[in-house]
Design a binder for this molecule. Structure first.
Ligand SMILES: Cc1cc2nc3c(=O)[nH]c(=O)nc-3n(C[C@H](O)[C@H](O)[C@H](O)COP(=O)(O)OP(=O)(O)OC[C@H]3O[C@@H](n4cnc5c(N)ncnc54)[C@H](O)[C@@H]3O)c2cc1C
Length: 460
């Protein structure tokens, strides 16, 4: 019996699969690409994102930084081509610390990122010879500085960011960073991919035929029964389910998932300026409780952990224009690897914990602690490799590829990730960062050894 044939079948219509389809069909002219998803496009993880981006990747080498610089180049091109439909801005990420011991690490990471290619570092130490600080434009990315502004004078931090904790000692404003509409990015690429002939098929990849060690066919379970598609090229872009699909190929992938939640609330008091950047408190902290609250929490086993130290990394950004009031708050304080389940489990204490934690960074938010404002929580999984770099390239089964483990940076990496995936498939020239993302990097004993000396390359 003759079965339909596809040049490439992509499993997953999150941002990764859509970007691969777009680059294959629109940019490389590959015909007969089938994009398969059991859900509506962009609805599992890709619509839960904070939609932020950064070229701020201080090491340990320049692979991630170059990859993201390329991705941001492509994002800027697409924003221009679509008349600013992506709403791309460049407000920056502001990393803040009130911990004297942390200041040297912030300075060192700033110097390293500048050395690796993130752009010039401008140090503001309160001296008359300081360079000029150019505040970010709220809604656009054009004509904005790149590199970073490092504030080492608390009085300057108070002047430029008066809403922050007055004990802030150092603040690093990384500039080729900001946010955009991830949903629009997905829709723009999907519309163009479909116009270039990509077929979207609603269904689940239930089986993969790899007889003889190479890709032959996939079986898709659809509402109208099974569809068998013959193909010699298959991309696993299944997001947090990438290991389930990997097992259909007979592979066990070196990835794990963390749960990350996000709170959206209405800042009716206008505590956070609408043109603020994305702001991150670097320091670990004890949540600010009153003495009575502390005593009450200490009494019960169930609440005692709320008195423990919480990790650094609580962050926020305003969402929407000047007339909106929404603010997004995030804090991944439970980083233990977990098996993804859907719908994601929502910690009922998350709104209170993240609001308290952010009140350390922005004391004005404490006004909301008496009565928590109306809020909405969602979230998803960061699916990661040990060193927080993607898996992007061929798999050990001939004709099978992976575009996954995009952790907390899948939206910002999508454009360069899709481009690199398409280059692997069509045989186009590969950029110099390509080897850093291959699964086969783990076969190299020297790489394994090097890994032991690397810390995580960042959570946000
Ligand atoms: C709270 C939070 C905040 C984040 N913030 C940011 C941010 O600010 N910036 C940023 O760049 N990134 C951010 N991320 C990360 C980003 O959202 C992810 O990296 C990205 O969405 C992953 O995209 P994906 O396409 O790989 O996965 P997904 O969006 O999960 O898509 C995978 C798709 O595969 C489909 N699928 C799986 N198995 C099968 C199968 N067998 N058959 C058919 N279909 C299948 C699923 O239905 C799903 O639609 C954040 C993530 C979270 C959770």
């Amino acid at each position: 019996m003759l079965h339909p044939h596809a040049e490439v079948v992509i499993c997953g219509a999150g941002i990764a699969g859509i970007a691969a389809a777009y680059h294959l069909a629109v940019k490389q002219g590959v015909r007969n690409v089938v994009l398969v998803d059991e859900r509506a496009p962009m609805t599992l993880t890709s619509d839960k994102s904070t939609e932020a981006y950064r070229n701020w990747w201080p090491g340990p080498d320049d692979a991630m930084l170059r990859f993201m610089n390329r991705s941001i180049d492509l994002l800027e091109q697409l924003d221009t081509e679509t008349d600013h439909r992506l709403r791309l801005n460049r407000r920056g990420y502001l990393y803040v610390t009130g911990e004297p011991a942390h200041v040297p690490a912030l300075v060192a990471s700033a110097k390293q990122a500048a050395r690796l290619g993130a752009g010039a570092l401008r140090v503001h130490a309160g001296s008359p010879h300081d360079p000029v600080y150019v505040p970010g434009a709220a809604e656009d990315w054009r004509d904005q500085p790149d590199g970073a502004d490092l504030f080492l004078d608390p009085a300057l931090i108070r002047r430029h960011f008066p809403y922050l904790n007055p004990d802030s000692l150092a603040a690093l404003h990384a500039r080729r960073c900001g946010w955009f509409s991830g949903q629009q990015l997905g829709m723009v690429m999907l519309e163009q991919a479909k116009a270039a002939g990509v077929r979207f098929l609603a269904g689940r990849i239930a089986e993969v035929d790899t007889r003889g060690g190479c890709m032959r066919a996939v079986r898709v379970a659809t509402a109208n029964g099974d569809e068998l598609i013959e193909t010699s090229r298959f991309i696993n872009a299944a997001g947090p389910l990438v290991n389930d699909v990997g097992r259909l190929l007979g592979l066990d992938l070196p990835i794990f998932s963390e749960l990350h939640l996000k709170l959206a609330f209405e800042d009716r008091r206008g505590v956070i300026p609408r043109d603020a950047p994305l702001v991150i408190w670097e320091d670990a902290q004890h949540l600010p409780w009153s003495a009575e609250e502390r005593a009450a929490l200490a009494e019960s086993e169930a609440t005692r952990d709320l008195l423990e130290v919480f990790p650094g990394g609580v962050h926020f950004r305003p969402e929407g224009g000047h007339s909106a009031q929404t603010v997004l708050l995030l804090w991944a304080y439970h980083l233990a690897p977990i098996s993804p389940v859907f719908p994601v489990p929502i910690d009922p204490e998350f709104p209170e914990i993240v609001l308290r934690g952010t009140a350390t960074l922005v004391p004005g938010l404490a006004a909301y602690l008496e009565k928590l404002p109306k809020s909405y929580v969602d979230g998803g999984y960061y699916t990661k490799t040990r060193e927080n770099r993607p898996l992007l390239g061929p798999l050990p089964v001939e004709g099978a590829y992976i575009l996954a483990a995009l952790s907390g940076y899948g939206l910002m990496a999508a454009c360069a990730g899709g481009e690199l995936m398409a280059a692997h498939i069509t045989g186009a020239a590969l950029p110099e960062y390509a080897p850093a993302f291959l699964l086969s990097r783990y076969d190299d004993p020297a790489y394994q050894q090097q890994l032991a000396t690397w810390g995580s390359t960042g959570q946000l």
